[in-house]
Design a protein around this ligand. Structure first.
Ligand code: NAD
Length: 281
């Protein structure tokens, strides 16, 4: 019998802890934990994400600073805003919502964010620290996966973990986190050969591809833990993951649903990183 990993429940539990830590920080310093969000342009999906992040901050007792710039903002305008936030001591974390409009040099803008305020964990230094297994701010989605695995008491040491996807924001940090937890890790991608064979040996299988129902029952080992990071729309326009949940679930010991699995943890880990950044400051 499989067990569903309930991302909403894990998220609610961690948010309560984050709220307490944010209150303690306020009592100690007289300042609220502060997160600055920079949104450039009118991308509707980005607007929704930013709204959700601001709402989540409010609920956790974290002060949010929203910075909206127009679609045609210049490189120097955006850099000026970000540099101001870097200097501002009341701001513990800075998040630049991606993607940025095409005229902007994303790397140059992200490089302005110092490692201690990089709550998205995308900076070269934070990624380097993660690779060296040093304390760092870790990308929210893979860190959320680790948090759920830990809370569920799932042993990783010595286990065969397979990550499908090698993006800088999900696949690669995910693989590194699993490796740092003593799993034996294989990273698969679009050029991988014998994907089915590799996946069917996985004790822990993480799918971060972006293709609906990509992971089928034939790719899953009996008793595996299956984590579905994907967010897709099926033929009816309904939200679904990368895993063919209905056909895969009975082979699993644990499985994350979509929606309600990894997704709810992502914003929670942003709040978590922001509180950690404040406590270290
Ligand atoms: P991406 O497009 O940057 O990377 C996709 C990866 O999948 C690539 O590394 C590619 O090599 C691999 N891939 C593509 N086709 C493949 C194939 N046929 N066989 C094996 N590998 C293949 O995407 P991403 O940003 O890493 O996101 C992956 C998915 O996770 C998307 O659905 C995205 O929406 C979702 N996502 C969810 C959250 C969340 O909060 N739940 C956060 C970030 C991303």
């Amino acid at each position: 019998m499989y067990r569903i990993i309930d991302g909403k429940a894990h998220s609610a539990k961690l948010r309560a802890e984050i709220k307490l830590r944010a209150e303690k920080y306020f009592e100690r310093t007289g300042r609220r934990v502060g997160l600055a969000v920079v949104l450039v342009g009118n991308d509707p999906a980005s607007q929704v994400y930013v709204r959700n992040k601001i709402k989540a901050c409010e609920e956790a007792g974290i002060k949010s600073f929203a910075n909206y710039l127009p679609e045609d903002a210049t490189q120097s305008q955006v850099e000026e805003v970000v540099s101001g936030l870097v200097r501002d001591e009341s701001i513990n974390g800075i998040l630049v919502q991606l993607p940025l409009p095409a005229q902007l040099d994303e790397k140059r803008i992200l490089d302005l964010i110092p490692v201690e305020k990089d709550v998205d964990g995308f900076s070269e230094q934070n990624i380097g620290r993660l690779c060296l297994n040093q304390e760092s701010l870790v990308a929210c989605t893979p860190n959320g996966v680790m948090q759920m695995l830990k809370e569920e008491g799932i042993e990783l040491r010595g286990k065969n973990a397979v990550v499908i996807g090698r993006s800088n924001i999900v696949g690669k940090p995910m693989a590194m986190l699993l490796l740092n937890s003593d799993a034996t890790v294989t990273v698969c991608h679009s050029k991988t050969q014998n994907l089915k064979d590799i996946c069917s040996r996985a004790d822990i299988l993480v799918a971060a591809i972006g293709r609906a129902k990509f992971v089928t029952a034939g790719m899953v080992k009996q008793g595996a833990v299956v984590v579905d990071v994907g967010i897709n729309r099926n033929e009816d326009g309904k939200l679904c993951g990368d895993v063919d949940f209905e056909n895969v679930k009975d082979k699993c010991s644990y499985i994350t649903p979509v929606p309600g699995g990894v997704g709810p943890m992502t914003i929670t880990m942003l709040l978590y990183n922001t509180v950690c950044a404040a406590e270290r400051s």
